[in-house]
Design a protein around this ligand. Structure first.
Ligand code: SF4
Length: 95
């Protein structure tokens, strides 16, 4: 399987809030997840495989410093089950 190149959207920087508040978030469409596990390998602090073998986010919001890993996980997901977005604006960052 070949990973897709990062989308242009994923190259946009995510600013850290001045107070270090959460600024990014990720959702997993579990109906699409095939349990490939790339997200867990890429961002183990943000995803885990549950008893069904499907991914789920470990936190509802994350600091901007987590954005790179979240975006990479979304870009690597073979079925585009992961969506990463700005927690406040809802602006989609990946895929
Ligand atoms: S990379 Fe995609 S398909 Fe694989 S476990 Fe994560 S969400 Fe599911």
């Amino acid at each position: 399987m070949t990973a897709r190149p990062p989308s242009p959207m994923s190259r946009q920087p995510v600013e850290e809030s001045a107070a270090g508040e959460p600024v990014v978030a990720a959702k997993v469409d579990r109906s699409r997840c095939v349990g490939a596990g790339f997200c867990v390998a890429t961002a183990p602090e943000d995803f885990e495989l549950d008893d069904d073998g499907r991914s789920r986010p470990l936190r509802t919001e994350a600091p901007g410093s987590a954005a790179e890993g979240l975006v990479e996980a979304a870009d690597l997901c073979p079925v585009e089950a992961i969506t990463v977005f700005h927690a406040r604006t809802g602006h989609r960052l990946a895929p």
